[in-house]
Design a protein around this ligand. Structure first.
Ligand SMILES: Cc1ncc(COP(=O)(O)O)c(C=O)c1O
Length: 381
């Protein structure tokens, strides 16, 4: 990591760094899709929500998609009046619904019970949609699969078709679908959309919009054709507005966690390097037990280290990595592709401070977006 920009001493570690160029590359793909189809791209703020980042993403999207009242409040603070706020969650609470309805433009209900209880009320002030579970699984790990058995996410399409459940469709204006994770195969979206649209009798509802959810990565303009075709097909066949709401596609590969080695020693014959970060800063690494990519590390090299976090948990470790040169106290370690679902889930176990967040701007300058201190830690207790 000799000449790396991440060695910059202005950068206080641990730090999440978002590369503005990489985020804008994807946002420009969203703009391209919008220009070619007239659809409405949103950003799913659950994937990364530091407000400086939201401000940066805002000009490229038609609104934000949210999962809770607090996310709606945040979206309201950031967005302009011309932009829309969307929500879907299995967790609507009676005592929060009025506030959500006051602030949200598109409310997608998650179950037939919610639809039958709330759709009339929702439809008076917002556009009411319903989330459909198309019951096609593309995700191998069922912890990420919205279509897993006994799913809590959306109304079962099979139950609708087989008339096992009753839904009062008259207040439903939108259909919402989200059943994938990190996919680059839009044929999977096509299959899901076609299955949904074949099964639902659209004449029973006053259909105005369809939300295609997130779950797909957007890598290159040349790969967008199938997505454009799906959007156009929906627009042409049903005369609907089409929304989609990626999260990880925008923030995932643009985000890094930068840490510093604060100790190293040999344990049972293996070199252990302790970092100033903890696995709680990359919680999905622990939750799903995968090894994150590290810049300049490989599976061969003269120097092997077990990279660990600095908390008391013995399982607070990132994995074994090889480097071409030895690590010293003060060496920087850069975890890659960690921009989504990490900052938002990080916690302060052991009282270890949360990472600061920086934007790596076009001029290669790091701008501090957020930093935490003892007062922040104390205020949560
Ligand atoms: C309803 C909904 N929309 C959008 C997203 C964003 O998905 P991704 O970050 O995979 O694009 C999620 C993620 O869980 C979701 O549940």
């Amino acid at each position: 990591m000799k000449d790396s920009i991440f060695n910059n001493t202005d950068l206080i570690t641990p730090a999440y760094v978002y590369d503005q160029d990489r985020i804008i590359e994807v946002l420009e793909l969203l703009v391209d899709i919008k220009e070619r189809t007239g659809c409405f791209p949103l950003y799913s703020i659950k994937s990364a929500n530091v407000s400086g980042l939201l401000e940066m993403i805002k000009p490229y999207v038609d609104g934000f998609s949210c999962s809770s009242l607090y996310e709606v409040l945040l979206a309201k603070e950031i967005l302009d009046e011309s932009q829309t706020i969307h929500i879907t969650t299995p967790g609507y609470r009676e005592d929060e619904l009025d506030k959500i309805l006051e602030l949200t433009d598109y409310v997608t209900l998650n179950s037939y019970t919610q639809a039958n209880t709330y759709s009339e009320k929702v439809n008076k002030v917002a556009s009411c949609g319903i989330r459909i579970n198309p019951e096609i699984s593309f995700v191998k790990d069922e912890r990420y699969d919205p279509c897993r058995r006994y799913s809590k996410l959306g109304v079962s399409l099979n139950d609708i078709v087989n008339k096992k459940i009753k839904i009062d469709w008259q207040f439903i204006e939108g259909l919402h679908l989200h059943n994938n994770c990190e996919s680059v195969n839009f044929d999977e979206l096509n299959q899901s959309v076609k299955k949904m649209m074949t099964a639902i009798s659209v004449n029973d509802l006053n259909l105005n919009w369809i939300n295609l959810g997130g779950g797909y990565l957007l890598n290159d303009k040349s790969e967008l054709g199938p997505l454009i075709d799906i959007i156009k097909w929906l627009q042409d066949t049903y005369a609907v507005d089409v929304y989609f709401e990626p999260g990880k596609a925008i923030t995932g590969h643009a985000g890094y966690l930068i840490a510093t080695v604060i100790d190293h020693f040999v344990s049972d014959g293996k070199q252990v390097a302790v970092l100033d970060t903890a696995i709680n800063h990359l919680p999905e690494v622990f939750e799903y037990q995968y090894q994150p990519r590290v810049l300049d590390a490989s599976d061969k090299g003269d120097y092997e280290y077990r990279l660990t976090g600095c908390s008391c948990l013995s399982g607070d470790l990132f994995g074994d990595y090889y480097f071409d040169s030895s690590l010293e106290i003060g060496s920087r370690i850069v975890f890659e592709n960690v921009g989504a679902y990490m900052q938002v889930k990080a916690n302060m176990f052991n009282g270890i401070n949360l990472p600061a967040t920086y934007l790596l701007e076009k001029n290669k300058k790091f701008t501090l977006l957020k930093q935490y201190d003892y007062e922040f830690f104390r205020s949560r207790l």
